[in-house]
Design a protein around this ligand. Structure first.
Ligand SMILES: [Zn+2]
Ligand SMILES: [Zn+2]
Length: 129
């Protein structure tokens, strides 16, 4: 995918707009040829992906998660404050547990990945998972 002169990942068409990195992993499912010649989808096998979306046209690009660090270490989550949603999503701010202990993390405005509601999250709203 194109990277502009400011180092931002941009859409192939809207190359003045950075693409939005989705705060959760997606998964490219593996498939193999079944005994009958058709495709057998292996739901638990495949490749974790970072997904980027152009919010103007919906163009999607994926990167394989090559760094094992992001998959193997705990990540910071918050729970959506919208009563009708309440789902956990990956915090846009990430740090290790040691840094978290001494950090301030006050009044962060995040948009929920699921319902898009923006709320304010303080340190006590964050947890590792
Ligand atoms: Zn676009
Ligand atoms: Zn929500």
């Amino acid at each position: 995918m194109p990277i502009d002169d400011r180092g931002r990942i941009v859409c192939v068409t809207h190359n003045d707009r950075p693409m939005e990195k989705q705060p959760i992993f997606h998964f490219l499912t593996q498939a193999e040829r079944g005994p009958d010649g058709g495709l057998k989808v292996l739901n638990s096998s495949g490749m974790p992906l970072h997904t980027f979306v152009c919010m103007t046209c919906g163009y999607v690009e994926n990167y394989a998660v090559v760094a094992t660090r992001e998959l193997n270490t705990k990540q910071l989550y918050v729970r959506c404050k919208n009563e009708n949603c309440g789902r956990e999503f990956l915090s846009p701010i990430q740090m290790d547990e040691e840094t978290f202990r001494t950090s301030e993390l006050k009044i962060n405005q995040y948009g929920c990945y699921f319902c898009r509601q923006t709320s304010t999250y303080d340190k006590e709203d964050h947890f590792f998972r």
